[in-house]
Design a protein around this ligand. Structure first.
Ligand code: BG6
Length: 496
């Protein structure tokens, strides 16, 4: 079977520093929001819909975290010890044939408090070594500048992204990185799931909700969001000035919603919900706020402070490509009362009776990925990059030591086929696909390792016990073959 993917398609995987590195307090790293996030032991799956409720971390909780060196209840402090094992891990990615590896840089490894005058050399050296390791294996690095881990001091001292100073602190950080890595890194993403600040204000925006009046908090989040938009545009400017060949993208959570019924009121409600998803990428792709978002601010009585200079910077620096995460779809109804809900990526949605769900309640919908690709391409006509997609599942090590993760293979196969169809039949321009968590890592929402995404198994349990050794799962060789054949094996009848 002929490949439906372009020759230069970038196959690979994606991780985030705070979910893999560990080494939370060595080599000059400062604490980040991830280091004070307490483990939620969700063993009762009926509680999954509550995972995203009340995700504030108060000053008291931060203090409690600061008073302890514990890593069991703060598992992002140990991660999968990638900090010490990255060479072996990248070698395994290379064995799978990765063309690209998306990883993030922990801001707090470079500027431990966010506002420091000098960068931390050991942090820069670490990422330089990681980049060299990728290049050595012919893997293109794609760097996310911020993936859920603003430095803690930046949050406690300045109120995180709510403060205008955040723009300057972030620009200094970006300038430091590009000075050091220009010419070596072609692809950059500014903020992972920039929209997530609205759903996870502490983790993404460093906003300590309890410090604000409840009635003001929504406006606070949008003000912080504005600062991120400006900082993102400035980052694009800095990167392009220093390295004109570099490409910089935005990254959104591509939540895809279907009307629960064909009642016009459900369709209208869905359209409204989709605008809440698109407003972030609309702003970053077109370089200006969409009118519907400004109208929403006006209707809510928000006064988001934005200068003419901010708006000019945003206009001058739109993104080069649009990247996104895609995990599931859900439904929307004008009247949701009595309808069953289910968990999703940082959201709760109405359950779609036509879809199966993962063990974690996320609805599995490969066709939804094709729909998402077509929608985004029709809207933006910019190259798209699938920065995250994958299945979180409980894996079992068999008596013979093997891990038979056929469910993951099936999930990826169906999603990748949908990508191939979007490219080949729908004419969508897709640059690449980085499967989320090619190696088991800590779940973002739960901080648990038992929600495993990898093609590489890590011997570790939810309490930090284990040898941390790596082992190939069945999906390892399967993905290797997909990459080797540039996706042709996905459509090979014999393979099914
Ligand atoms: C994305 C995040 O939203 O979803 C990742 O960018 C995260 O950091 C991934 O890990 C999967 O979510 P979870 O909660 O299963 O880890």
């Amino acid at each position: 079977m002929e490949s439906k993917f372009p020759k230069e398609f970038l196959w690979g995987g994606a991780t985030a520093a705070n979910q893999i590195e560990g080494a939370w307090n060595i080599d000059g790293k400062g604490l980040s929001t991830a280091d004070v996030h307490k483990f939620k032991d969700i063993t009762d799956k009926s509680q999954l819909n509550k995972v995203h409720e009340n995700c504030d971390v108060t000053d008291e909780q931060i203090q409690e975290a600061l008073n302890t060196d514990d890593t069991e209840y703060y598992p992002k402090r140990h991660g999968i010890d990638y900090y010490h094992k990255y060479k072996d891990d990248i070698a395994m990615f290379a064995e799978m044939g990765f063309k690209i590896y998306r990883f993030s840089i922990a801001w707090s490894r470079i500027y431990p408090n966010g506002d420091d005058k000098q960068p931390n050399e050991k942090g820069l050296q670490f990422y330089e070594d990681v980049i060299h390791e990728c290049i050595k294996h012919n893997i293109e690095p794609l760097i996310t500048l911020s993936h859920y881990e603003p430095p803690l001091t930046f949050c406690t001292k300045y109120n995180g992204w709510y403060s205008r100073e955040s723009i300057e602190f972030f620009s200094t950080y970006v300038k430091t990185l590009i000075d050091r890595f220009k010419g070596k890194v072609k692809y950059w993403v500014t903020f992972n799931e920039i929209d997530s600040i609205i759903r996870h204000p502490f983790m993404t925006g460093g906003l300590i909700e309890s410090r604000f009046k409840p009635e003001d908090f929504e406006e606070v989040m949008y003000q912080a969001m504005h600062h991120q938009f400006v900082a993102s545009a400035k980052a694009i400017e800095i990167i392009h000035q220093e390295d004109p060949k570099a490409k910089v993208g935005c990254m959104i959570t591509k939540l895809t919603y279907y009307p629960f019924s064909c009642k016009p009121c459900d369709v209208l409600e869905t359209q409204k919900r989709m605008r809440k998803v698109y407003c972030f990428s609309d702003t970053q792709v077109f370089g200006e706020y969409p009118k519907y978002l400004l109208k929403a601010y006006e209707n809510k009585g928000f006064h988001i402070k934005m200068t003419d200079e901010d708006l000019a910077i945003m206009k001058k620096n739109p993104v080069d490509f649009v990247s996104f995460s895609y995990y599931q779809t859900s439904c929307v109804a004008a009247n949701p009362n009595g309808l069953e809900t289910t968990a999703g990526n940082t959201t709760i949605g109405i359950k779609n009776p036509h879809l199966k769900t993962s063990e974690w309640g996320w609805q599995i919908d490969p066709t939804g990925l094709r729909i998402a690709l077509v929608d985004l391409y029709d809207r933006y006509r910019k190259p798209l990059f699938i920065a995250e997609n994958g299945l979180g599942a409980i894996d079992t090590v068999e008596a013979d030591g093997s891990i038979q993760d056929d469910y993951r293979i099936e999930y990826m196969k169906q999603h990748l086929k949908a990508v191939g169809q979007a490219i080949h039949e729908d004419g969508v321009e897709v640059m690449g696909y980085t499967v989320w968590g090619p190696i088991d890592l800590l779940s973002n929402s739960l901080s648990q390792i038992s929600k495993r995404y990898g093609m590489i198994y890590v011997d570790l349990d939810n309490h930090g016990h284990g040898t941390y050794t790596r082992k190939k799962k069945k999906s390892f060789d399967w993905y290797k073959k997909v990459i080797e054949t540039n996706g042709a094996s996905l459509f090979d009848e014999e393979e099914r």
